[in-house]
Design a protein around this ligand. Structure first.
Ligand SMILES: C[S@@+](CC[C@H](N)C(=O)[O-])C[C@H]1O[C@@H](n2cnc3c(N)ncnc32)[C@H](O)[C@@H]1O
Length: 218
């Protein structure tokens, strides 16, 4: 039976050297995030940037909801893959990082496709549902305590056959460590069990970055 590799730093570099190239703006965001220190680990991994790009390009995705923008790496990665008539609605409660993200979005000439909603995501989602919005792809990467809420709302907001993609489902590998029972690890474990049982989607968990689950709405 095929087995996943243990990804060492050398293999990660090899993957990076032999995949798509990052755009100048993606590189600039990564370099800016580095200057922020520890918090840089909030951004998605380079392999996830490329994975989202190809998925959007190959699945005719036109309308995206992102929950968790930070300084814009995932946002710009997805915007650059969207066609000119595509739209991405990005939710984040942090005004300061959303402003940083918007500057990079403008620098990447992607401001015509974006709507940023800066408030607690559950409030924005309430508005989007009231307006009858529907999405081809929803990317969940905000506060882990609300993952279950975000997933449940996403089920209402996603089109049939649309994709709900959730980041950090392996939580630095802690989900399988018996001695790790802190609040967030427990939330993620419970969340993974919850969506595994949910019959409204079919899904695969993939060891890309910190772990992505990709769900297709049935
Ligand atoms: C892991 S970061 C997102 C990283 C981003 N996808 C990237 O690639 O750079 C999580 C973000 O969720 C935001 N966040 C946390 N709780 C939130 C909430 N209740 N509503 C909206 N945004 C929230 C934080 O402000 C932070 O920017």
């Amino acid at each position: 039976m095929g087995k996943n590799l243990q990804i060492t730093n050398d293999i990660e570099k090899y993957i990076s050297d032999n995949s798509l190239n990052l755009s100048p703006i993606q590189k600039e965001i990564i370099s800016y995030n580095k200057s922020l220190g520890e918090i840089k680990k909030m951004q998605i991994a380079e392999s996830q940037c490329h994975f989202l790009h190809l998925l959007i390009k190959s699945s005719n995705v036109k309308k995206i909801l992102e929950i968790g923008t930070f300084t814009g790496l995932s946002t710009v990665s997805m915007l650059q893959a969207l066609p000119d008539d595509g739209e991405l609605i990005a939710l984040d409660k942090n005004k300061k990082t959303s402003d940083v993200a918007f500057n990079y979005i403008k620098k990447a000439n992607q401001e015509n496709k974006i709507k940023l909603m800066v408030k607690p995501a559950l409030e924005s989602i309430k508005i989007l549902k009231k307006e009858g919005e529907k999405f081809d792809l929803i990317f969940i990467d905000a506060d882990k305590e609300n993952y279950k809420n975000y997933y449940d709302h996403s089920i209402d907001l996603i089109k049939k056959n649309g994709l709900i993609i959730i980041d950090n489902v392996l939580w630095y590998g802690d989900v399988v460590k018996k001695n790790k029972n802190d609040k967030i690890t427990t939330f993620i474990r419970d969340f993974n069990t919850y969506i595994k049982k949910d019959k409204k989607t079919e899904k695969v968990m993939m060891p890309i970055g910190d772990g992505l689950t990709i769900c297709r709405k049935l």
